[in-house]
Design a protein around this ligand. Sequence first.
Ligand code: SAM
Length: 276
Amino acid sequence: MNSAFNWHRCGSENFKLISSSAGQYEIRSRAASANRCPFSFVTWQTASRYKMYAGSYDQLDAGALPEALGFAELRAQIVGQAFGDVLESAVGTGLNLPLYDASRLSSFTAVDISPGMLREAAPRAEALRRRLSGAEQQRQQQRQRSEAAGAADGTAGPGVQLLVADAAALPFADRSFDCVLDTFSLCVFERPAAAVREMARVLRRGGRLLLLEHSRSDNPLLGAYQDLTNPAVQPMSKGCAWNQDVKGMVEAAGLRVVESQRHLAGTITLLVAERV
Ligand SMILES: C[S@@+](CC[C@H](N)C(=O)[O-])C[C@H]1O[C@@H](n2cnc3c(N)ncnc32)[C@H](O)[C@@H]1O
């Protein structure tokens, strides 16, 4: 992961690809550029777009309409299943972070292509880090009581990291995580199938992929309507292609689908898959 610690310049923005150590989230700019932009032009355009959306994202995507459509409950349902070492792909402003059950997590890592979105996510990441530390201290105290030995160190606690990275080229070794979660982002990736393959690659055997995504309806008429309107819908919806075959991409990546729920006439898919 070390190359991720270098400075990069993309368009007008200089940034460091790493953030976080015990409550510090460094997604900073600096005056001089160093390395070439590591992302494709299209992907960097997406990052620039999301830099503009960052400030208003929560009002739109966690506001009255998504609430009325039941997105908040669906988010809670999928995020609540995360356990162990967790990677969230395209975390955005971190809307999911308050929904994790800290007592089930060992560590939390999140990537996004947009430093602007990650800046918005930083306070939620810090709150999650505190919850994870609290849960870890409780576990240590329980162990101490049952073993009557050893001192709880109570210092660093489990890690929380935010990284600027492309979901289709994750800077992690194979089999690094117990769970990979992605919500409402596959539809905006330049290379969604490659991103799903990356999610599968970094999962441990028995690990879980947790998805909540826009998807092509299984109703043929509605599906055809989505195909027809997608070129017009995409530019109006922050680049979201709302007609993707989510289950097909997951199966093509070699994962075993253990649960697939369709919502809103099949245009939203909640899916759990396992790496066998
Ligand atoms: C619609 S938002 C969803 C954010 C968050 N997952 C949520 O549920 O609110 C899409 C996110 O994908 C990120 N993104 C787009 N292309 C990406 C890529 N290639 N790699 C990583 N993140 C990407 C954007 O910056 C944005 O934060």
